[in-house]
Design a protein around this ligand. Sequence first.
Ligand code: SAM
Ligand code: SF4
Ligand code: FES
Length: 340
Amino acid sequence: MLDIINKAAATHELAREEIVRLLRDTDFMPELLAAADRVRKHYKGDEVHLRGLIEFSNRCKQNCLYCGLRRDNQNIERYRLEPDEIIELARKAKDYGYKTVVLQSGEDDYYTVDRMCYIIRKIKELDVAITISAGEKNQAEYRAYKEAGADRYLLRIETTDEQLYHRLDPGMSFANRIRCLQDLKSLGYEVGTGCMVGLPGQTVESLAEDILFFKQIDADMIGIGPFIPNQDTPLGEARGGAFELSLKVMAITRLLLPDINIPATTAMESLHPNGRMIALQSGANVVMPNVTEGEYRRLYALYPGKICINDTPGHCRACITGKIQAIGRKVSGSYGFRHN
Ligand code: SAM
Ligand code: SF4
Ligand code: FES
């Protein structure tokens, strides 16, 4: 197993079967995570990039089986922020010292191209990098956002197992998701994708394919998190809890894509009290603290046990800085693009 880890750390290439062996192995996990940490340090240094996350609407027209925001979930109080409220949160994020704001939502058609471009243009005046994570759009919409000033887009493929994808995302098409990622890339975005780990019916072979897919499309950012079952969804009784497997998928991703940005995801910490710091020491170099205010944090309920739902943006900013310094890392003052 050590030979595979060393090969990955040196060449950043692995065959599918080698990835599968690493994912199945339980004995050499510390060595795998340590190798990912070394590669992270070599390519990205000790700086951690903070991205202020604004969850601007929990309304969604899609019906993904795993997600609490799915349209058939009647057990959730819906909200959406007005454009000027979103811009105000971005201003506060800038005041907290965040160099990037991430605008995330369900697929909510209230935000027409004109509304989105207004929001993006206004936030761009604050001199921050802008990441959007608002789902599938057509090429003209992605182009308009880019021209308005968006820099990056996050759209997880969720799983590269097409059959599983179509089972879990009824009414959506795997081919269209790929089209979105290709459009984003060709428009010059920094493109983020990623997957959930521990989905019902997901195999380690398909997780290996996910990692190879990230490499094949030359993703700039990869978000990996455990699937966490939500009682208000059809997958409420599913197993979940794949913290360690998520860490391994993330670590192998770092070995194979050494210079990309990898967040220590909120879902990691929702399963483990120190999950984000463990992730930062296993290949990750980004954290996305929440800057959503008040009740909306709780209402953006993808899964149960989500961290920080009763905390304020100011508290999260101080908390995360302390944790990052406690593991001997420092908060970056730069925008944190992949190549800079
Ligand atoms: N609607 C946009 C989209 O789907 O790309 C962005 C928001 S969506 C809530 C962000 C991510 O949340 C999804 O890509 C998915 O991976 C993750 N997610 C949803 N439900 C989850 C669950 N039960 N456990 C873990 N992650 C989940
Ligand atoms: Fe909507 Fe995204 Fe949740 Fe799917 S994952 S239901 S698209 S918010
Ligand atoms: Fe929100 Fe620690 S990051 S309380």
